[in-house]
Design a protein around this ligand. Structure first.
Ligand SMILES: [Zn+2]
Length: 151
């Protein structure tokens, strides 16, 4: 369904065939680690940990860790572990999700996704425009520990 290859953001995940909206693309796997473990890491490595609770992270393994951020994503994380297509994805299209759907800390990342709605700086979920928060919550692609706070 997908392959990994080099792209402008290092490596990324790309569709190898049409992926219909709603399709589960992959299941996120990795060791559980704590906030303290993440705090010990370099900025770049910290980005490879998926926050799943206030003090808990999944240390993203490949291929999940290779999925890049976009401010106009075509996928999102459901039930904390499934990367799901939120629109139809064409072959060779890069698969992306919005990292803000998993962040409630002060972590930030500059963004160069070049989408029209690019926020330039990826921040926590609370910082998203209300309209975007609502869309992601309705799609069910916000990490559960954040969803709880916004219902
Ligand atoms: Zn962007």
């Amino acid at each position: 369904m997908f392959t990994t290859k080099s792209c402008r953001h290092g490596r990324g995940l790309f569709a190898t065939k049409n992926i219909a909206e709603g399709t589960s693309i992959l299941e996120i796997t990795g060791k559980k680690i704590t906030q303290a473990d993440v705090d010990k890491r370099s900025y770049k490595e910290a980005a490879n940990a998926l926050q799943i609770d206030e003090e808990l992270y999944i240390d993203f393994e490949e291929p999940g860790v290779l999925v890049n951020h976009s401010c106009n994503p075509n996928a999102g994380i459901k039930e904390d572990v499934f990367l799901i297509a939120i629109k139809d994805i064409a072959p060779n299209e890069e698969i992306t999700w919005d990292y803000s759907t998993s962040v409630d800390t002060g972590w930030t990342m500059p963004c160069h996704c070049e989408e029209k709605n690019c926020r330039k700086l990826v921040k926590d979920f609370a910082s998203l425009p209300k309209k975007v928060q609502k869309k992601y919550l309705e799609l069910g692609i916000v990490l559960r520990y954040i969803t709880k706070e916004f219902q």
